[in-house]
Design a protein around this ligand. Sequence first.
Ligand code: AMP
Ligand code: MG
Length: 425
Amino acid sequence: MISAEEALEKVLSYVDILEEEPVPILDSPGQVLAEDIASSINIPPLDNAAMDGYAVQSRDTATASSESPVLLRVIDTVIAGAISEHEVKPGTAIRIMTGAPVPEGADSVVRFEDTDEDRRKSSAEPPMSEIGISGKAKTGLNIRRAGEDITRDSIVLKKGTVIRPAEVGVMASLGMSKVTVIRRPVVAILATGNELVEINQPLPAGKIYNSNTYSVAALVRRYGGVPKILGIALDSEDSLVNKLRQGLDADMLITTGGVSAGDYDMVKNVLAREGKISFWTVRMKPGKPLAFGTIKGVDKTGAARNIPHLGLPGNPVSSMVTFELLARPAILKMMGKKNLTKPTVAAVVEESITNSDGRRVYTRAIVETRGDQYFARLTGPQGSGILTSMSLANGLVIVPEDRAEIKAGEVAKVIMLDWNEESSN
Ligand code: AMP
Ligand code: MG
């Protein structure tokens, strides 16, 4: 039996970063930039007003105070999106709105509050021909400088950046509608088991609904991949091979079930027949029966290609946990991501957890913070068929191989599956 680390290393050694493709910027969050992005423009493009007010020459305001305002002649008004054709000369001002380019000659913007505009408005005769400035304006006051956000010809976003909403906004501010990213991997998913019935169908006695396909597909999507659902194979090698053939154009194949003692040989035989086995059984719980290898396929050009195949255990909890530990990092690597690990925290375990057979145990837990300390309590019964335990959990407490027990009150490492924003706990 190999360790969880060795298993992950093996899986990762069989997957490579995928090709680049252009996508609309709004489809790109979560994907990795495949190119440096340089700006051909300054942002903002021109010096512009940060406040509504009056564009002036600061020299003119040197003696201004509320007791003795400096009077300036108003020669124009400029709104955002327009450019004034006038120049601010000594003794003059141009009324200006936030975002409007600063007119020639002006070196500062005095906000309305520091003028007598309000008083004039209530009494007078628009358009205002004169304005009183009631405070001294320093050069550059309330002016956003051209290029202060992005300077022309600079690299704004680096190749390898994971795109988030902020990067989408930055790209839009450069006028980009498409961006070149590492493409999303297609992950083919096949459930196995004579007992399985497709959702939406009546449930005959003795059968259960196929839930693994959907939990696994949802995980694939959550981590950025594109699930390709192959349906259900019966517990026979022929049925498995036939169904798997429909997934040979995928970047990765995932099967669930058919790896435990009862039907132990099925996935293994298929891997041996149609490809190559890399490992079988991992020193972890859940996940002891787990198969990994490659299946022979062809690429778009017809050339031979080995497709990584992960045979996850059939138990609904086991398939999800082993997906998190082995399939998720593979998907992230294919997408060009560098950080392949889930965040972990050190939490005080609130009840003791035992480890009977020297495997690494991943226990479903609810992690909470009290004060500045994390606490983890178990979700209840830990049977690997109890899928609602995954629904309750936001973390997996790790019990190392060499520990027979973690006692209540001890601190343990916990893999966080979700943070509060995504979980109801
Ligand atoms: P197996 O690994 O095929 O022996 O399956 C282990 C357990 O998981 C059995 O109780 C199966 O009924 C259950 N199981 C296997 N595949 C699925 C599935 N796709 N959806 C729900 N339960 C499953
Ligand atoms: Mg089965």
